[in-house]
Design a protein around this ligand. Sequence first.
Ligand SMILES: Nc1ncnc2c1ncn2[C@@H]1O[C@H](COP(=O)(O)OP(=O)(O)OP(=O)(O)O)[C@@H](O)[C@H]1O
Ligand SMILES: [Mg+2]
Length: 260
Amino acid sequence: MQNDVIFSAKNINKFFGHGKKRVCAVNDVSFDIKDGEIVSIVGGSGCGKSVLAKIMLGLYAPESGEFLYKGKGITNTSDHWNEVQSVFQDPFGCFNQFFSIRTQLKDAFGILKNKPSKQEIEQRVDEALLAVNVKPSDIEGKYPFELSGGQMQRMLLARIFALKPKVLIADEPTSMVDACVRANILDYLMKLKAELGMTIIFVTHDIGLAYYVSDRIFIMHEAQIVEAGKPEDVTQHPKSEHTLRLLEDIPDINREWIKK
Ligand SMILES: Nc1ncnc2c1ncn2[C@@H]1O[C@H](COP(=O)(O)OP(=O)(O)OP(=O)(O)O)[C@@H](O)[C@H]1O
Ligand SMILES: [Mg+2]
């Protein structure tokens, strides 16, 4: 399976709205992503990163061009979500306020075709919580509104650690956590890749973070991929002026990673 193509996009387009209000969110984008790769999609606000991520999740279909997962179009989203899962920017939007966190982590297994036994689910939830540095007893009986934004983001990641999908689409998963926790989470993502061979699509504004985690970086600007390559090449020898601008915007803490 290693190095098989997982996602293949050929000249895909996605528009929103009509007439004068028509916006092109993804414009003639083509790429291949291989099994086991970590690919970061980097670009400024509104350049189309999340729309592209949602196409990969099967939430939007491109209006033209061809988009394939493992060589086939995405026709059945529940089959797709059995293998491809996501962590999005707003962790509160992904949890129901009226059910305890632990109940929701356990219920998440309902998405899988081969549901593990109750006992295995309890065990996998505990392991997943520990993987994101949360003691299971700390969230026992707690509801989403009782946790901070950063803690909730870790709960989203715990759900991924528990379910172990083949492909993870992570859209700014660390935006609400502090720098130390962020480095931990990124290390855990890489651990998941190493242990499970998970393919990860990591969406971020920050080319410094992307450098740290990725096998390849796609730079997006105004709905197009303007540069793609290995992190070393993209950061040391950028070809596009938009890449240069993103390099100037790296927070100092992440700049350190690039020098290493
Ligand atoms: N459901 C929608 N309806 C209409 N326009 C949309 C919709 N979703 C996205 N857009 C538009 O598509 C463009 C790309 O949006 P997208 O959410 O992909 O940006 P982004 O790169 O993820 O930005 P950010 O970094 O701020 O999250 C924007 O112009 C946005 O307004
Ligand atoms: Mg976005």
